[in-house]
Write a protein that binds this ligand. Structure first.
Ligand code: APR
Ligand code: ZN
Ligand code: ZN
Length: 361
């Protein structure tokens, strides 16, 4: 039996999204049908709608979601109907070289549902990041579902499915921030603010938040930044050095995705420090650095994909911390909205005054 549900669809490059009725098939082998309870609006959704990713229109948007498993297909044992789950967009295979070598976050064979959801006329939909959760129900691979404690608010839980996990993971997984470290986070939008939270959780002694917007710095301070730097009028590198006794930070997290902020991150770290790039650059962006400066700094330069997370390990752990009051996920939910408001949420995203708009169903 197929299911007819309401969903947010991007029909063509740059066109406003529309609320449509779509058809979601029952789960086949290895698949799960999930009734969505909340889905955050992420920059990547906007990139899909603007045609920045590929041109597989129509897209079914939304990928930062939590919901309840309604039914599962043949062979599914990890999740069952009634489970409250967070969806992820990197369901790992467990058997490729990366998985076998203990780095599943670099898995070569991540997978999604095999069957396609469609519009009423049968046109196949491309689900954003293999999820498509701006919908009352969606179809995913069972491995994209991680069961977490039902007590968590769906809006908060869903955020771990993308941006907030990316930021927290950049600090705790990729940056490997440890007790007593000094950490600087350049760019404190949703992802950077989550990196601030991750660094505090990991026991950093100093967390320096850098942004060009005082509102973002204010939020970062509320979330645990010990120092804030508005880099519009100040040299960010100098400021970070001054705040770290002249050394630079042990870990600098770049959460903007631009050459100039990456360059700041590069020079603002301690000689043995780590730079983590979690901001996503565009294909045309280039970085030029004197090779001698690369040689002259030790440490490491890393990028962080999806916070180098392992959903089955990280989601339940972070939800437990949230339920204990140690992880302020609710602070990331700037507003809750309806499915029909996604286009408006994209506008607000452009204005830069939200950490996250979250669709609640
Ligand atoms: N210096 C410092 N901060 C800057 C600069 C700059 N030159 N330019 C922009 N910023 C700040 C903005 O003021 C904003 O607070 O960077 C932040 C970017 O935040 P958002 O637009 O909310 O984006 P976010 O969702 O946090 O994602 C950041 O990470 O995962 C990627 O694709 C994502 O590339 C994006 C980045
Ligand atoms: Zn996202
Ligand atoms: Zn793998």
């Amino acid at each position: 039996m197929a299911h007819q549900v309401r969903a947010v669809v991007a029909r063509g490059k740059g066109a406003p999204v529309s609320l449509e009725t779509i058809i979601v098939p029952d789960p086949g082998p290895g698949e799960a049908l999930v009734r969505i309870e909340a889905c955050g609006v992420c920059h990547t959704d906007l990139h899909y709608r603007e045609g920045g990713i590929n041109d597989e229109f129509p897209f079914l948007l939304g990928h930062e979601a939590a919901g309840v498993v309604e039914s599962v297909g043949e062979g599914v044992t990890d999740v069952a109907p009634g489970d409250f789950v967070i969806l992820n967009w990197r369901a790992v295979c467990g058997s490729c070289r990366a998985c076998l070598r203990g780095r599943p976050w670099y898995c070569f064979n991540t997978h999604n549902a095999k069957q396609r959801m469609t519009l009423l006329d049968g046109t196949e939909l491309a689900p954003a990041l293999g999820i498509g959760a701006f919908a009352e129900k969606t179809l995913v691979a069972a491995g994209q579902c991680t069961k977490v404690d039902r007590a968590a608010s769906p809006a908060a839980a869903g955020l771990l499915g993308c941006g907030v996990m990316a930021g927290i993971g950049a600090a705790i997984n990729t940056g490997n921030v440890g007790r007593g470290d000094t950490v600087a986070v350049i760019g404190c939008g949703g992802v950077g603010a989550a990196a601030v939270v991750g660094a505090s959780l990991a026991g950093a002694a100093k967390v320096i938040a850098v942004d060009i917007d005082d509102k973002k710095l204010q939020t970062a301070a509320e979330l645990g930044a010990t120092h804030t730097v508005n880099s519009r009028g100040t040299d960010a590198v100098e400021a970070i050095r001054e705040l770290t006794g002249g050394f630079g930070a042990d870990v600098v997290i770049e959460a903007v995705g631009r050459p100039e902020t990456y360059q700041q991150a590069f020079y603002a770290r301690d000689l043995a420090g780590t730079v983590v790039l979690v901001g996503v650059p565009t294909p045309e962006m280039k970085l030029e650095l004197p090779l001698l400066d690369v040689f002259g700094h030790g440490g490491s330069l890393k990028s962080s994909w999806y916070g180098d997370c392992l959903p089955s390990r990280d989601f339940p752990m972070l939800i437990d911390l949230y339920l204990q009051g140690r992880l302020p996920l609710d602070a990331f939910v700037t507003e809750t909205i309806q499915l029909e408001d996604v286009e408006k949420a994209f506008e607000r995203m452009h204005q830069g005054d939200v950490l996250r708009s979250v669709v609640v169903l």
